[in-house]
Ligand binder design. Structure first.
Ligand SMILES: *Cc1c(COP(=O)(O)O)cnc(C)c1O
Length: 380
């Protein structure tokens, strides 16, 4: 029964070759800039490409400040610390995300607390979230407490899944009502906006990833976004081992992290960013082609941006109306040369996270048996 569907989606790719899920392409100034970095000997943690990359990211996203770091997970870790996450706090996040979202919470000594996702955006379901917080939380002296565990809940950490913006405006309202901060996991959503504003700039802080499989890559890398000048300075300080600037003295005024992005990686990133607009055009066109190919197919839709959102369409996703036999479908896709993949195993099912507090996971558990990612890479 999947044969038609697979054949139809395969016909989108006008090539006999296998098409993987995602691979970077380097057809711009990548070699030129990386060569410049090498010849300058500034390959490590300071250099002009780092400064330029941070300025380019800030101006592209509209964030007041962008701090380049070693990867998206480190960006999340520092963002959570700066949002005030402390040991034994609980942080609310979806279960339908990459493990790094929860790992960053645990690096702070805090506890991931999973909330349900929704069909429409694949992000946190705001209606369920509000009901759930009404049910389980109490205000005690301006602090939000989980009635059951007696721990402080300090932050909501929404994710823009596959680049598709979640309902961030409603999540911000909930955060305000419950006195919580918002940190956005915008790792996958460079180029995605909500009501014209770039994802990752709504919360107090936001984290982007430039891993090799993301829309723009620096090899490995990430960025912290914030509109608070002071938080931006703190982010830079904490990610540069909290070293007080001095020409020869080594004074570190607190526990810091060596999370700086090397100049050689930033060089790659500068060249990639120059091409972001063309990547976005390609991905939107690919969305249109897949959508046409699905025309007439029953029981399945293509993930699509909402009315107020603009998605970067980083990773295209099929969403089925019912549970499917994933192995059968993935076998067919792979036989036809399409490197499709199921959604992540939900984090609350992973052994090291299985004891984490959680809301009902009704939608999440339905979604994991219904979501398949399609090849979304540019080939040239
Ligand atoms: C990629 C990713 C991260 C982590 O980024 P790295 O650069 O790989 O550390 C975090 N969250 C999500 C949702 C991601 O997709």
């Amino acid at each position: 029964m999947f044969e038609d569907l697979v054949a139809s989606l395969r016909s989108v790719w006008e090539t006999e070759k296998d098409v993987g899920l995602h691979e970077p392409i380097f057809i711009g100034n990548e070699e030129k800039y990386v060569g410049e970095a090498i010849r300058s000997t500034y390959v490590s943690s300071v250099g002009p490409f780092v400064d330029r990359f941070e300025e380019d990211i800030a101006s592209y996203t509209g964030a007041k400040k962008a701090v380049a770091v070693v990867n998206g997970t480190a960006a999340l870790h520092i963002s959570l610390l700066l949002a005030g996450v402390r040991e034994n706090d609980e942080v609310l996040l979806p279960s339908l995300t990459f493990a790094a979202t929860a790992n960053a919470v645990m690096y702070c000594g805090a506890i991931p607390h999973f909330v349900d996702s929704e069909y429409e955006t694949l992000g946190i379901d705001p209606i369920n979230l509000r009901q759930y917080l009404d049910e389980i939380s109490d205000q005690e002296g301006g602090v939000t407490i989980n009635k059951k565990t007696k721990r402080r809940i300090s932050v909501i950490l929404p994710v823009h899944v596959f680049g598709n913006p979640c309902k961030i405006d409603q999540i911000l309202e909930i955060a305000k009502d419950f006195k919580l901060e918002v940190v956005e996991d915008a790792a996958e959503s460079l180029g995605s906006t909500y009501r014209g504003q770039h994802t990752g700039t709504f919360g107090l802080l936001g984290a982007i990833s430039f891993n090799g499989n993301k829309i723009v890559t620096t090899g490995g890398g990430g960025a912290i976004l914030t509109n608070e000048e002071e938080l931006g300075q703190m982010a830079k300080h904490l990610t540069t081992t909290a070293k007080v600037p001095h020409r020869w003295e080594y004074v570190h005024d607190q526990l810091g992290y060596n999370y700086r992005m090397p100049n050689i990686n930033a060089a790659l990133g500068c060249a990639q960013l120059e091409q972001l607009e063309s990547y976005l055009v390609f991905k939107r066109e690919l969305f249109g082609k897949y959508k046409n190919a699905l025309n007439g197919q029953k029981g399945v839709r293509l993930m699509q941006e909402g009315n107020s959102a603009k998605s970067n369409y980083w990773l295209q996703a099929l969403v089925f109306d019912q549970k499917i036999n994933k192995d059968d479908l993935l076998n067919l896709f792979h036989e036809s040369g399409l490197g499709c993949r199921p959604a992540w195993k939900p984090l609350h099912k992973l052994p090291y996270l299985a004891d984490s507090p959680k809301s009902s996971m009704l939608n999440t558990e339905l979604l994991v048996d219904r979501v398949i990612n399609l090849p979304s890479m540019q080939i040239n």
